[in-house]
Design a protein around this ligand. Structure first.
Ligand code: DGT
Ligand code: CA
Ligand code: CA
Ligand code: ZN
Length: 560
């Protein structure tokens, strides 16, 4: 994928935020944000083509992007970075705190960081300030706590892109990422890279343009902070202990403790260098050999959380996990008819290029007012989908929609209209703070709608931005199982929704799942790898995932 696009888009997005913070015109802020989205989703590498070809990029933005491609920043961005303290920028990361309030708090009350905000609220210094009622202040305080809890962890999409960039920048005989990233956790604290390489690799690593600060430099391990703020640890390991090192540094710590105990019981020792009996090496070159020598099945990294996998591996009873290549389709995607940035034809062609047997177009429904959707537009799109079908004989096109679940659990359209769609995803897009009982009833009512097939991004969280809604998930999942409604695993990495622990709970209740990209642009189709990671962490097999099923079985599930 074109990495220059992501970096340029991130810079433009940052500029939009700073521009908003300094009181910039809201219309221009939106146009920067829109252009940033379009650049990130543009299929061609903007370093190789004229950026003016990207929708929404006019002359002024093109100039900024060209300067960015030349030197990694642009003048206006440098200016604003100099004017807004770092802490004030972090203020806007506090959930529910917008740029206008952030700059007001800084200018009038000297609040220059989330911690300073928490202090000001607790100390009563913001009591009675216009626009900041007691409920708003309580929410802000909760937001600061949320921000601190998530700490500096980033979602897996950001970490994976950085890890791939680092690996591509190093000349090594062998290189791989380990740690939480290999276990496919939805948030990542730091990136752990292992390499078989000459010692000089450390110097090369420190000199990379993405390195902002060297935290520790040694012959075996170097830690750096990158320009994005993330820490990356690079370890050079001997070729003959590659497997042992991968096993050790993939973790989790809890899994490793349990595995080491098995070694100890046999009178052996397991370290990052190998499995030993005294001085004799029993296994070290590959993880497979190590697990086999311990009498265990190979444990896929996403399962290594000490959640019963050690016992199951010893008994030879690990499930056969669902894999990316098992996916036969995508059941939640958007086009430029609503908030996607690619056309119907282009999205469908990209889906076909992935070798899918079916592909659902699920643009937003009218109750999400800003999307300006209408029934006429949906029906017109249905005709275009039907016409497009002839061009893709190997892939069944499904015309669907992403409905909005209202506070009472109802959705945008009555049954006689819903019946006309091949598939209905229904999601919560508003009223996130309803109480637990009401929210639970809301989801159950949506599940009970006979035309709702899939509950989209069920918790509605956005990692680092918005927490999960509060619901009695046991009750929701029981209703989903009873009504044959699938729960979505939304693969978009800042959503990662459902998260793995809730997937496991839902599976326990007999729920089926749909792993969907929720794509708004062509490159997003590839996010399915992250949804698969979640499914694997929850021990799912193909039987649990409706979009691994052959078309017939899927259509039967959809029941149209
Ligand atoms: P993260 O970075 O917070 O997302 O989570 P991890 O799991 O990547 O944790 P990290 O980076 O501290 O260490 C990577 C793996 O390496 C960890 O899962 C287990 C192993 N490991 C690292 N340092 C130690 C250590 O001092 N003792 C033990 N037992 N294991 C370690
Ligand atoms: Ca790590
Ligand atoms: Ca680490
Ligand atoms: Zn949605």
């Amino acid at each position: 994928m074109a990495r220059a696009n992501d970096e340029a888009a991130a810079a433009l997005q940052e500029y939009a935020e700073l521009f908003a913070l300094t009181g910039g015109d809201a219309f221009r802020v939106r146009s920067y944000q829109k252009a940033a989205k379009a650049i990130a989703g543009y299929p061609d590498d903007i370093a190789a083509v004229d950026v003016r070809g990207v929708p929404g990029v006019g002359e002024a933005i093109a100039k900024k992007m060209e300067e960015f491609l030349r030197r990694g920043s642009f003048r206006q961005l440098d200016d604003l970075r100099g004017r807004v303290p770092e802490g004030v920028r972090r203020l806007t990361r506090v959930p529910t705190l917008g740029p206008k309030t952030a700059i007001m708090l800084y200018e009038e009350f000297g609040v220059d960081s989330p911690a300073a905000l928490a202090e000001a609220i607790s100390g009563g210094r913001l009591d009675g300030v216009k626009g900041l009622g007691p409920k708003t202040l309580a929410n802000l305080l909760k937001g600061v706590e949320q921000l601190e809890q998530s700490g500096l962890r980033v979602h897996i999409g950001v970490a994976m892109a950085l890890a791939e960039q680092v690996m591509a920048s190093l000349a090594a005989e062998r290189v791989a990422y380990a740690g939480s990233l290999r276990r496919m956790r939805d948030t990542i604290g730091d990136i752990d890279i292992l390499a078989v390489a000459p010692e000089s690799i450390m110097e090369e690593f420190r000199a990379q343009p993405y390195v902002a600060e060297v935290i520790a430099a040694g012959a075996k391990k170097t830690s750096v902070r990158t320009t994005s703020g993330m820490q990356v640890d690079l370890r050079v390991v001997p070729a003959e202990s590659w497997g042992a090192a991968m096993q050790y540094f993939t973790g989790s710590k809890e899994h490793n403790v349990a595995v080491r105990e098995i070694a100890v019981k046999k009178g052996w020792k397991l370290s990052e260098y190998g499995l030993f009996e005294g001085e004799r090496v029993i296994a070290s070159e590959s993880e497979e050999e190590i697990y086999a020598a311990l009498g265990m099945r190979f444990v896929p990294p996403p399962m290594r959380e000490d959640g019963g996998e050690v016992k199951a591996a010893l008994a030879g009873e690990l499930p056969v996990l669902v894999e990316l290549s098992d996916l036969r389709g995508d059941l939640h995607t958007h086009t430029d008819l609503t908030d996607g940035i690619a056309s119907l034809d282009d999205m469908v062609a990209a889906g076909a290029a992935l070798g899918y047997s079916y592909y659902a177009v699920t643009d937003h429904a009218p109750d999400l007012a800003m999307q300006r959707m209408t029934l006429d537009k949906a029906l017109e799109q249905r005709e275009r989908v039907a016409a497009l079908q002839a061009r893709h004989p190997g892939m069944r096109l499904l015309h669907g929609t992403e409905l909005n679940i209202a506070p009472d659990g109802s959705v945008d359209w009555p049954g006689e209209i819903l019946r006309g769609f091949d598939v209905c995803v229904a999601s919560v897009h508003s009223h996130f703070t309803m109480g637990r009982d009401e929210m639970t009833r809301r989801f159950i009512a949506a599940c009970e709608n006979p035309y709702v097939d899939i509950i989209g991004h069920p918790t509605t969280r956005k990692i680092g931005k918005r927490g999960m809604v509060d619901a009695d998930w046991d009750a929701v999942f029981r209703a989903a199982a009873r009504t044959g409604t699938a729960m979505e695993i939304d693969s978009y990495p800042d959503r990662s929704d459902l998260p793995a622990d809730l997937v496991r709970l839902a599976k326990h209740h007999g729920v089926k799942f749909s792993i969907d990209s929720d794509s708004h642009a062509i490159p997003h189709l590839a996010h399915q790898r992250f949804g698969i990671g979640i499914a694997q962490r929850a021990w799912l097999t193909t039987d649990d995932v409706i979009n691994t099923w052959p078309l017939d079985r899927l259509l039967k599930f959809l029941g149209r």
